[in-house]
Design a protein around this ligand. Structure first.
Ligand code: NIG
Length: 386
């Protein structure tokens, strides 16, 4: 067991209950946990000393929405979209075909490489979903690979009704044998509740079956138009409803009164040229907001949380502090990981030592210098990421 003191931190954003910002601070890591936080002049000695030289230290990003278990490429679809076509989710079948034909080893290697890319930009906790298998064997395999490669795995068998399948029949398979097959590997279930994907009734069926199996609930909702996804998520106590591009006043009221986190996906909104999710309006209404990358080959082929944070500030009207919170603690709340033993998403004694040292004196630089390589160092569970 080694201890590390990171000292001479120019700006330490704890993102804890008090949202403290400390100057000339230090943090001590003991094994995989944060053991001490305070003034650099009072820091206890440790086995190893890291001189932050005035740079900013944040919690590692918590990316609560990705789809990283896939093979194949959708550049042509992206080009068509940039030429004016709109996103309609049909490309999911293209990725499904490429994913089904990939070997287990290849899918696992692709996932590992994607997690490494995310880590290099400061992400220390990642959720990922199945949903490019869409039959029992392929979904089970995706769930197994996801569970081995990321921190939180989610079953998204209800991503798209496979062509040629009767929707209700497919939903029965998702709720029955598929759910049973993936159950050992996942802690969450998700459903794409949208016109062209799953109706509110079908989504409810999937979510109720998942809840009966002991899984936590997540929903893709209100991405392509107004609908019932957000209100269904709140009604069933889902941990998070993600996308939220089309939010009515009734949706807003439901979110404000409920406990479901609204997860916005800025990179997806840009890549699909969708109306930006109204993150400012959500925050002003008192809704807990998370920011995630939604890294996937169709709508958001980036895992860069700094890019998402910069976009949330520059385009969605969030302050830097609000965007950083949404991309750290917000994601942790959306995954039920913000409190308790081994919590993530904030810098507090006893929490996991998941830390992100910026190559900048303050978090403001994330938005002030968008697109610049501002990650100086990353610790995951107390270990310096390569
Ligand atoms: O979150 N909206 C549904 N699912 C993904 C996109 C899937 C795809 O097009 O491959 C999303 O944006």
């Amino acid at each position: 067991m080694t201890s590390t003191v990171i000292t001479r931190i120019g700006e330490l954003m704890t993102v804890d209950d008090e949202e403290r910002v400390l100057r000339d601070a230090a943090v001590v890591i003991d094994a995989d946990r944060i053991a001490w936080i305070g003034a650099a002049s009072e820091a206890p000695a440790a086995d190893e000393r890291v001189d932050a030289a005035g740079r900013a230290l944040l919690p590692g990003w918590v990316d609560s929405h990705t789809h990283l278990v896939f093979d194949g490429d959708r550049t042509a679809e992206f080009e068509a979209r940039m030429a004016g076509q709109s996103y309609a989710a049909g490309g999911i079948a293209v990725t499904r075909d490429a994913t089904r034909t990939a070997s287990d080893d290849r899918l696992a290697a692709l996932l590992t490489a994607r997690v490494r890319e995310a880590r290099a930009q400061g992400t220390t906790w990642i959720e990922t979903k199945t949903g490019y298998g869409l039959d029992l064997a392929s979904e089970e395999r995706s769930a197994r690979i996801a569970a081995a490669g990321v921190d939180d795995a989610t079953f998204l068998g209800a991503h798209l009704v496979p062509a040629g399948r009767d929707a209700d029949d497919y939903v029965r398979e998702v709720c029955g044998p598929m759910l049973e097959a993936v159950r050992p590997f996942v802690s969450w279930a998700d459903v794409f509740c949208e016109r062209g994907a799953f109706s509110p009734e079908q989504s409810r069926e999937v979510l109720l079956a998942a809840r009966t199996s002991g899984l936590g609930l997540r929903v893709h909702g209100n991405q392509l138009g107004h609908g019932e996804g957000i209100r269904l998520a709140v009604e069933l106590g889902a941990a998070s409803v993600d996308h939220c591009n089309f939010v009515s006043d009734a949706d807003l009221d439901a979110l404000a009164e409920g406990s479901t986190v609204a997860t916005v996906l800025p990179a997806c909104d840009l890549s699909t040229r969708a109306p930006l999710a109204p993150a400012r309006r959500l925050l002003d209404a008192g809704v807990e907001v998370a920011i995630a990358s939604n890294c996937n080959p169709g709508t958001s082929y980036t895992s860069s949380m700094p890019f998402c944070v910069a976009t949330a500030v520059l385009q969605m009207g969030l302050s830097v502090a609000e965007a950083v919170r949404a991309a750290t603690r917000g994601g942790a709340i959306a995954l039920g990981r913000a409190t308790g033993e081994g919590a993530v998403g904030s810098i507090a004694v006893g929490h996991r030592a998941d830390l992100h040292l910026l190559d900048a004196p303050s978090a403001t630089h994330l938005a002030y210098r968008p697109g610049m390589p501002l990650t100086a160092a990353v610790w995951k569970d107390g270990h310096r990421a390569p």
